[in-house]
Design a protein around this ligand. Structure first.
Ligand SMILES: NC(=O)c1ccc[n+]([C@@H]2O[C@H](COP(=O)([O-])OP(=O)(O)OC[C@H]3O[C@@H](n4cnc5c(N)ncnc54)[C@H](O)[C@@H]3O)[C@@H](O)[C@H]2O)c1
Length: 323
């Protein structure tokens, strides 16, 4: 009971913007709207994408699972089949590298040939960044834009004509809170998510002749996943030294549930974050100078922790850890 109250936003702490809250309280349930639909999820091998696969499978959606590692995708597929009422043929494992743009046409054709059509594309695959601008190579900025922005645009451009021809479909893109504002240690990541926001906000208004085509952007705050572990640092191929404990972040299942509620109810932009982050989304819109004052205080602490070699992320939630 407690968890269902929390998931509808009635627990006293809200984790979604007012439109999404409205949808989660009185809107359609994902179980009724997404059953049988063909959903293509990129970045399905871990974190948010993996959880999307599990929850969509439970809703009865048919799935196309994409990421680079086929073995990991097969693991996710097996888990989907174990816990949901799907059959082997309901899930296509389609390995894909977002950076290999020349392969995207062929991959899209394979997906359409297998199921006959695609109802929903969820552009989820991507990588973050943990490095100071002063120390970061321009190659890292290029890599972030190639992956998060151009990789996503490339897949979208392959799927979009299929959806406009059918006159229906949804393209859902996982942006971020830093696609709306910014955060220290993530200048390139934030820029790539801002680019996605600009692209999809413009595309949405370009497609008003297609009222049944949903362009949705999802802006989560911190969520439990492998994102810090997989982040870019100041140099290409240099791993993150300390990923830190992710437990203080929003559970992946909660974020994904809200995403599915949003998709089921045609929500065009979703803000999903624990407090106090959600309050910041509003502050940035209504009182930006005040919001930046607070953001800078938190940001300074984050940079100090990073420079001291401790987990930058947990600084907002707990006392800074000592190394
Ligand atoms: N976790 C968070 O706090 C958070 C917050 C806001 C937005 N996001 C966004 O959510 C999305 C999913 O991230 P996550 O948190 O689950 O992290 P994650 O690292 O656990 O998952 C990222 C997924 O993207 C895939 N990927 C990376 N490079 C790829 C490539 N070249 N080709 C194909 N797939 C590739 C990975 O294999 C993995 O499946 C990302 O777009 C991320 O920017 C995450």
């Amino acid at each position: 009971m407690t968890s269902s109250l929390k998931s509808c936003g009635c627990s006293g702490y809200y984790t979604e913007d007012f439109t999404l809250l409205w949808a989660s309280v009185i809107g359609h349930r994902p179980e009724s709207k997404l059953k049988g639909l063909v959903v293509w999820v990129t970045g399905a091998s871990s974190g948010i994408g993996e959880e999307l696969a599990y929850q969509l499978a439970k809703c009865g959606s048919r799935l196309i699972l994409s990421a680079r590692r086929e073995d990991e995708l097969n693991r996710v597929k097996r888990h989907c089949l174990d816990y949901a009422g799907l059959h082997d043929e309901d899930i296509l494992v389609l390995p894909l590298d977002l950076l290999e743009r020349t392969s995207h046409e062929e991959k899209t054709k394979a997906a359409i040939q297998y199921f006959g059509h695609i109802d929903i594309l969820i552009n989820n695959g991507g990588r973050s960044q943990r490095s100071l601008c002063l120390e970061t190579s321009v190659d890292v900025y290029q890599a972030l834009m190639e992956l998060n922005f151009l990789g996503t645009v490339s897949i979208t451009k392959q799927v979009l004509p299929h959806m406009t021809q059918r006159g229906t479909g949804s393209i859902v893109t996982v942006s971020s809170v830093v696609g709306l504002a910014g955060a220290p240690l993530a200048t390139g990541y934030s820029a790539s998510k801002h680019a996605l926001q600009g692209f999809f906000n413009s595309l949405r208004t370009e497609l008003t002749d297609y009222p049944n085509l949903l362009i949705s952007t999802v802006c989560p705050g911190p969520v439990q996943s492998q994102i810090v572990h997989n982040a870019f640092t100041e140099e290409l191929n240099k791993p993150v030294a300390i990923a830190g404990n992710q437990e203080h972040k929003m559970p992946t299942s909660r974020c994904v549930r809200l995403m599915l509620v949003g998709i089921a109810n045609n929500v065009k932009e979703m803000w999903i974050a624990q407090q106090p982050f959600l309050l910041f989304y509003y502050a940035w819109q209504y009182t930006p100078t005040f919001a930046w004052f607070i953001t800078n205080m938190l940001g300074r602490k984050r940079v100090q922790n990073f420079k001291a070699g401790v987990d930058a992320d947990s600084a907002y939630f707990t006392k800074p850890k000592t190394s």
